[in-house]
Design a protein around this ligand. Structure first.
Ligand code: RB5
Length: 150
């Protein structure tokens, strides 16, 4: 699959192991940085990943900042993006099955790289359930997005 990745300085500590995992598992990585630990503004690194996912240029997006919060909030402003902030594998599984999340966010200051890779693995390997009730709820999220789009 094509996976877009982006992080700020707070998420940079997770980057190497996540990219290594993705490549080892045969994924194509679209890397939007950062490439060292200098201080940057997380929206600048969330936006290109979210735009790729929204445009269908990437199958999934993975973003990381210190907490995963700011970078997920920014991603969720892009129409069509459903970015889940994750810190456990149960939620990674559930957000794919229930929310059909197409992006996930991690916090480099809240979890370590081992757990981060496990979460990525569960996220990428869990399909959307396709259940009518879940699709109906996702459609309602899309309707909210449309209501407030200009
Ligand atoms: C940067 O210091 C930090 O605010 C950022 O990485 C993130 O945690 C924001 O939500």
């Amino acid at each position: 699959m094509k996976i877009a990745f982006g992080c700020d300085h707070g998420g940079f500590v997770l980057k190497a192991e996540i990219i290594e995992y993705l490549k080892k598992n045969g994924h194509e990585v679209m890397d939007f940085g950062i490439n060292d630990g200098h201080s940057v503004d997380y929206p600048d690194y969330s936006l290109p990943v979210a735009e790729c996912v929204s445009a269908g240029q990437a199958d999934f997006g993975i973003v990381a900042c210190g907490t995963g919060i700011g970078i997920s909030i920014a991603a969720n402003k892009v129409p069509g993006v459903r970015c889940a902030l994750l810190s456990d594998t149960f939620s990674a599984h559930a957000t794919r099955e229930h929310n059909n999340a197409n992006m996930m966010a991690l916090g480099g200051r809240t979890i370590g790289p081992g757990l981060a890779v496990d979460i990525v693995d569960v996220f990428l390997n869990t399909p959307f359930s396709g259940d009518e009730r879940h699709q109906r709820r996702i459609d309602k999220i899309t309707a909210i997005e449309k209501k407030y789009s200009k």
